[in-house]
Design a protein around this ligand. Structure first.
Ligand code: AP5
Ligand code: MG
Ligand code: ZN
Length: 220
């Protein structure tokens, strides 16, 4: 059985969430977004959510120990047996090393790391105009990817909202954090020979075709 142990890597606004929906639908693997899991914890005001919120609102990374714990727990779930799609994890070298350890222990490894590349000024425009579904987390954009009915999710009819960290100042900081702490992971996965670079500046459907070409057929 082909395993699809996949990582989506790329700066804030590159289109990780947008492409994740398409990938998990075709490849039948669960979407594991640490950002979505953390936002759910903030909304439910759990202990973890209360602690994470101050980092997220500032555009800083939540401490490694917290997110590594989230992912370790999530990988215990049986739906990850055929594979998974990590979105927004790992984001630091210690997170990548922790993931490798967990997968090693399961006799598995990362199949592919899809690196989505987009110019910085485009990222700012994408993020400041983004709207997200409160129910299913699907991202839209007021100009580049508008929903059929303003304020309403095309997928599930949920209400669209703007993320607290999508202001221009916070976006700029998130981009700095990406460059300093997350971009080095491209080299990390290049050394493992699993990187596919994807031009993320094209329209979403075109980007998805490049991803499919890099992943190959979903198989049985
Ligand atoms: P997270 O939720 O992961 O946010 P992010 O990495 O900043 O990425 P985004 O979700 O903003 O962008 P995306 O690539 O998903 O783009 P999208 O598809 O929505 O993390 C948030 C915070 O949580 C972090 O800052 C941190 O505090 C914390 N956190 C999470 N994980 C962590 C970890 N592992 N360690 C520590 N802390 C962690 O698209 C963006 C917009 O562009 C949308 O409007 C979309 O419609 C539009 N768009 C998409 N594709 C295209 C296209 N091809 N053309 C035109 N527009 C497009
Ligand atoms: Mg996202
Ligand atoms: Zn929805």
């Amino acid at each position: 059985m082909t395993q699809f142990n996949l990582i989506l890597l790329g700066p804030p606004g590159a289109g990780k969430g947008t492409q994740a929906g398409r990938i998990v639908a075709e490849y039948g693997i669960p979407h594991i977004s640490t950002g979505d899991i953390l936002r759910a914890a903030v909304k439910n005001q759990t202990q973890m959510g209360l602690e994470a919120k101050k980092f997220m609102d500032a555009g800083e990374l939540v401490p490694d120990s917290v997110v590594i714990g989230i992912v370790k727990d999530r990988l215990q779930e049986p739906d990850t047996a055929k594979g998974f799609l990590m979105d927004g994890f790992p984001r630091t070298i210690p997170q990548a090393e922790a993931l490798d350890e967990v997968l090693d222990a399961l006799d598995r490894g990362v199949t592919k790391t899809l690196v989505i590349l987009v110019d910085e000024e485009d990222l700012v425009r994408r993020l400041t105009g983004r709207r997200i579904c409160r129910s299913c987390q699907t991202p839209f954009h007021v100009m580049f990817n508008p929903p059929k009915n303003e304020g309403v999710c095309d997928v599930c009819g949920g209400e669209l909202y703007q993320r607290d960290d999508d202001t221009e100042a916070t976006v700029r900081n998130r981009l700095d954090v990406y460059r300093n702490q997350t971009e080095p992971l491209i080299d990390y996965y290049d050394r493992a020979g699993v990187v596919a670079r994807i031009d993320g500046a094209q329209a979403p459907d075109v980007v998805y075709e490049s991803i499919r070409a890099a992943l190959g057929p979903a198989g049985a």
